[in-house]
Design a binder for this molecule. Structure first.
Ligand SMILES: [Zn+2]
Length: 192
């Protein structure tokens, strides 16, 4: 199903719990990119087919590229998505929508209805209590929230490093990628 705003092509078949389309046991987005390019994508747990659009269910070949686990992590770190916000299992909003909520003049109740979240959530987002880490969201400088955001960014990055190790990336590679110490990464890898 084409999505007019983003140009995404949304997969309407079965999806994994994380929202990736699947054909049988194959990831649908990888199959789509393979079909479009005629190339066989790399397999294995340290290889991924990446979304430039950050939309897990998208199978538009021009939004996809083959990459490695470490590309995926670099991407995630750069985009600030990590394991928070929209990547979170039950998140209802995308980063784009959060920016809209902060920028638009919709009333609280109207916005809640429009985005399908509670009006309390709208208030939290607008006050910066929720999604406060979102980098390019309009926010006043020097607010405690900015400091908090930096701390949360660190915490999320170290969690991501831990997850990368558990997913099969070598600690050395993760050290190189993230710049954290070997021991900090080992510690993070043991936390769930
Ligand atoms: Zn897309």
């Amino acid at each position: 199903m084409p999505e007019p705003n983003s140009g995404c092509l949304l997969w309407l078949g079965g999806v994994t719990p994380r929202g990736y389309g699947k054909i049988g046991k194959e990831p649908a987005h990888r199959a789509s990119l393979e079909h479009a390019t005629g190339k066989r994508g790399p397999r294995g747990k340290t290889f991924h087919t990446l979304h430039k659009c950050d939309n897990p269910s998208c199978v538009e070949p021009t939004h996809l590229r083959f990459g490695t686990m470490s590309d995926n992590i670099k991407d995630a770190a750069r985009k600030g998505r990590l394991s928070r916000g929209e990547r979170h299992y039950c998140a209802k909003l995308t980063a784009e929508q959060v920016r809209e909520i902060c920028a638009n003049a919709m009333g609280r109740n109207e916005a809640a209805r429009h985005y399908g979240v509670s009006d309390r959530m709208i208030t939290k987002i607008r006050k910066g209590h929720s999604w406060s880490w979102l980098k390019d969201k309009p926010t006043k400088a020097h607010e405690p929230a900015v400091v908090k955001e930096a701390m949360e960014g660190y915490r999320a990055a170290i969690e991501m490093a831990g997850r990368a190790v558990r997913a099969g990336m070598s600690v050395r590679e993760v050290v190189r990628e993230f710049g954290f110490s070997h021991s900090a990464i080992c510690r993070a890898a043991r936390l769930q």
